[in-house]
Write a new protein. Structure first.
Length: 593
């Protein structure tokens, strides 16, 4: 969709999305950079592509649509050859009983493309406009069943055991069965919304597992004889040493699937049956989302936003590996990323690239540790510093000193909850009065799987279940359900759970939700699809500072935080379960110690 500068200016003004001053600023940038006003507005995030497409559809009176690739019949789809569909970003998604063809395009103003396609499908056609990303995603319907393709390629390789034979160049070449196997494994993982791919050699086979929404799932077993070729091909892609099998190696490579670019972080490890490979999938086209979209609400949202307004101090995010700490920091830094501040980071590794932020990766072999990198960053005149992780006392001490000298410092720690973070810093040798004076907020978080709202089922809990909830979530006698009911009402008012009716009243829980274990369509796994965060935000109040300087335990600090109004992580999860965002079982699974 190409929109002229004149039309773009009209759309921005008519919608009220941009003021005259903002548009004039965009026009200046457009002129100086020799780019269209549309490009500049999208890059500066003045407007999103989907919103712009809707505005343009309304302006031109072209019907707007969003397509679900799983709803397109294959015989309809193939009326337009894949090559032509991809060339013109067009997809035929329906032919009705009158024989009218329904065609979606991201640029229906391309008259030449419309005329060419109508020669293929006929002139009895209604043309729709759809967002570019939606068209690209729908075009993946041409691929069919990736898992079936994978099995066909694997069957070719089920030959006699050749595991110990030398690997030839042909075996790992670009068009070899091994290369096809890896390409299909990656594509299948991305289409399954997996975050990690585990390739694990076993005694008689190679096990392939995907981590989907935090849960490992076996998806295939490859013949044992392909393990060496498979690992060698991945090492070639990642620029690793293919003849080194005794030590772990780390690498990275990029691929493009469905019009999106993905970075794969590769780790190899010698195990008893060969070499294990784990690939972390990072969607480089991901945009940072708002704190509300991440799952913040209520006092937690207010407290974290207040902490972000501070000119200096430390904000720490805690939780185990895979709890979404990097995503939280990515979104927070994007919020703070304005032209008038200098943001510098030291990470291991750089997972999300943020335009306008100076990101440095550690390199222990070259002596570039977190501590040495932080020393260098301080000479770069930063306003905001992000340290990937505080792992030792030296890094902790430098982080505190940076916060004391006028910098706003963000970092992560591996602790079970927010309160444990403060005694952990004491263990690292940081003086209590320094912790009390520099810490602004500590966020504890986990990720829970989101229940599929279309297939979820409601039920009325028994008295035994209600008692179990009271025990498991540590609800006090005077807070059994009135406290929870008030929190649920607040969450509902802030949009948590959408239009889901209230599950509680003053007297108890009336409704709970469970996932449909048979729902496994379109990236849904046993009724769950996607994840959302559950949080607790501990603010460094006067009462907490007094506890810190007296070397109080984490339990004492947490109790005082709850008195100060902090909603514990488990309670946040309970509220989201009541709002139909997740299930009680899922909250218990991720928060149990």
């Amino acid at each position: 969709m190409r929109i002229s500068d004149t039309t773009m200016e009209k759309l921005l003004l008519r919608s009220g999305i941009a003021t005259t001053e903002q548009i004039n600023s965009l026009k200046k940038e457009s002129g100086s950079s020799n780019r269209s006003l549309q490009e500049v507005a999208l890059q500066n995030q003045i407007i999103k592509d989907k919103t712009l497409t809707k505005l343009f559809a309304d302006y031109t009176q072209i019907p707007y649509i969003e397509i679900n690739s799983s709803d397109i019949p294959s015989d309809v789809l193939n009326k337009i050859p894949e090559r032509i569909a991809r060339q013109y970003n067009a997809i035929l998604f329906k032919i009705d009983e009158n024989g009218t063809s329904h065609l979606a395009m991201d640029d229906p103003d391309d008259v030449q493309a419309v005329n060419f396609i109508e020669k293929q499908i006929g002139t009895n056609t209604i043309v729709y406009i759809a967002p570019h990303d939606n068209i690209i995603s729908a075009l993946e319907a041409y691929r069919g069943d990736v898992n079936q393709e994978l099995n066909e390629v694997i069957d070719i390789q089920r030959t006699d055991d050749t595991e110990n034979e030398p690997i030839s160049e042909q075996e790992v070449a670009e068009n070899s069965p091994i290369a096809q196997t890896i390409n299909l494994l990656l594509e299948y993982a991305i289409r399954s919304h997996a975050s990690d791919i585990h390739i694990e050699p076993r005694e008689g086979f190679v096990q392939i597992r995907y981590r989907i929404d935090g849960v490992l799932k076996e998806v295939n077993r490859l013949p044992r004889n392909v393990v060496n070729s498979l690992v060698s091909r991945i090492k070639i892609l990642s620029n690793l040493k293919i003849d080194e099998h005794r030590i772990p190696q780390d690498g990275r490579f990029k691929i493009k699937v469905g019009g999106k670019q993905y970075a794969l972080r590769v780790s190899t490890l010698p195990v008893s049956d060969g070499e294990k490979v784990v690939m972390r999938i990072l969607d480089e086209s991901n945009q940072a989302v708002s704190l509300e979209s991440l799952g913040y609400w209520g006092k937690s949202l207010v407290d974290i936003k207040e902490a972000l307004k501070e000119a200096n101090g430390m904000i720490l995010v805690t939780g185990p590996t895979g709890s979404g700490k990097s995503t939280s920091l990515f979104s927070i830094l994007t919020i703070l990323n304005t032209p008038n501040v200098n943001i510098s980071t030291i990470e291991d590794p750089v997972e999300y690239k943020i335009p306008g932020v100076n990101q440095t990766q550690t390199n222990s072999k070259a002596g570039m540790t977190f501590a040495n990198g932080l020393r260098a960053l301080l000479r770069q005149d930063p306003n905001i510093i992000m340290i990937g992780e505080i792992r030792d006392s030296e890094t902790a001490d430098l982080s505190v000193q940076s916060a004391l000298t006028g910098h706003l410092v963000f970092s992560t720690l591996h602790t079970n909850d927010a309160a444990t973070c403060l005694p952990r810093l004491l263990d690292m040798g940081i003086e209590p009065f320094l912790i009390a004076s520099t810490i602004r907020a500590v966020v504890g978080q986990r990720l829970v799987r989101k229940i599929n709202k279309e297939t979820r089922k409601s039920y009325t809990p028994s008295e035994e279940e209600k008692k179990m909830i009271i025990d498991l979530f540590g609800l006090k006698t005077d807070q059994h359900f009135s406290y929870i009911h008030q929190l649920e009402k607040q969450a509902a008012a802030e949009g948590v759970g959408g239009d889901t009716p209230l599950s509680t009243d003053e007297n108890g829980i009336n409704t709970l939700w469970k996932a449909d274990p048979n729902d496994n369509k379109d990236g849904t796994l046993n009724g769950y699809k996607g994840r959302v965060g559950i949080y607790e935000v501990l603010t460094n109040s006067i009462s907490i500072q007094k506890l810190i300087v007296t070397n109080a335990t984490s339990n004492q600090i947490q109790e005082q935080s709850v008195i100060d109004g902090m909603v514990k992580m488990q309670i946040d999860g309970l509220i989201k379960a009541l709002r139909g965002e997740t299930t009680i079982e899922e909250v218990i699974r991720v928060t149990k110690n």
